[in-house]
Design a protein. Structure first.
Length: 117
């Protein structure tokens, strides 16, 4: 969708709620001269600071979008696939996905997937 920033932020937040929350939706913004990659819902989740409870999925997938933008598609796909395998396995889930795993647990599960494939 293409829309002004205010409406985009509102729609992003609503859509993120449909698929698991702000922690799972990657985002990207483009101008004529630059590109920016961040969580899609642009939600700071300040309550998570220092508590090891944030879901890193959106940040990781945003990084994958950046890799695609600079034509490193293979590397992006390897990371995306690892993230999706961890989520699909349902063994390691952060609180926002209905689990009890920490940010570190989730991140280490993704790293293990990267090493195993």
């Amino acid at each position: 969708m293409v829309m002004p920033n205010l409406y985009g932020n509102i729609v992003d937040n609503l859509a993120a709620g449909l698929v698991g929350g702000a922690g799972v939706v990657p985002g990207e913004s483009y101008s004529r001269d630059s590109a920016m990659f961040e969580q899609g819902a642009r939600h700071a989740f300040a309550d998570a600071v220092g508590r090891n409870i944030a879901n890193p999925t959106a940040v990781l997938l945003s990084g994958c979008n950046m890799l695609k933008h600079i034509h490193l598609d293979y590397h992006a796909k390897v990371i995306e696939d690892a993230v999706h395998r961890v989520i699909k396995s349902a063994k390691v889930r952060t609180k926002d996905l209905g689990g009890h795993s920490t940010t570190n647990d989730f991140t280490h599960a993704i790293i293990d997937q990267l090493h195993n494939n």
